[in-house]
Design a protein around this ligand. Structure first.
Ligand SMILES: [Cu+2]
Length: 152
């Protein structure tokens, strides 16, 4: 009888906790349990030249994940860059190291901001082509993307 009462109060506690969590829903995205990548696109490129890839990463995991490296079989190198403009109006870009995406947060790559710099293309990519790119995450591993080429 004593045990039954105890069990009952634990159950009640459990219910109280879970309803409390839903009230405190402050994350920007729903936790789907996966990393999702959307709004994929990349710039046209001629062999030997550089391209840039853009997309949005949504972290639907219950924990943070880190974008570590990226690779494409059709480019000699690929790295995460950030475009910047100084107070003097000078603009440029610099490599960004590993980037942490908190749980329920997103990372937007777009022109003038974060982008994947794709270096020295091994072939031409024109509008309408598809460019394969692999993203490596510390928690969720490899993510294979196919980016449609678009003019900007
Ligand atoms: Cu760049």
């Amino acid at each position: 009888m004593k045990n039954l009462l105890l069990y009952g109060s634990i159950l009640l506690l459990g219910v109280a906790c879970s309803s409390g969590e839903t009230d405190q829903e402050t994350t920007k995205v729903t936790l789907s349990g996966t990393i999702e990548v959307s709004q994929l696109t990349a710039r046209p490129v001629s062999q030997g030249q550089n391209s840039a890839a853009y997309f949005t990463i949504i972290n639907g995991l219950k924990s943070a994940d880190t974008l570590t490296t990226m690779e494409s079989q059709f480019f000699e190198g690929a790295e995460l860059h950030e475009s910047y403009t100084t107070e003097e109006g000078l603009s440029g870009m610099r490599p960004v190291g590993n980037i942490v995406i908190p749980s329920g947060d997103s990372l937007v790559l777009k022109p003038g901001s974060y982008h994947v710099m794709l270096m020295r293309a091994k072939r031409n990519f024109a509008a309408g082509d598809t460019l394969p790119l692999i993203l490596n995450f510390s928690q969720s591993g490899k993510k294979s993307l196919n980016l449609p080429i678009n003019r900007f």
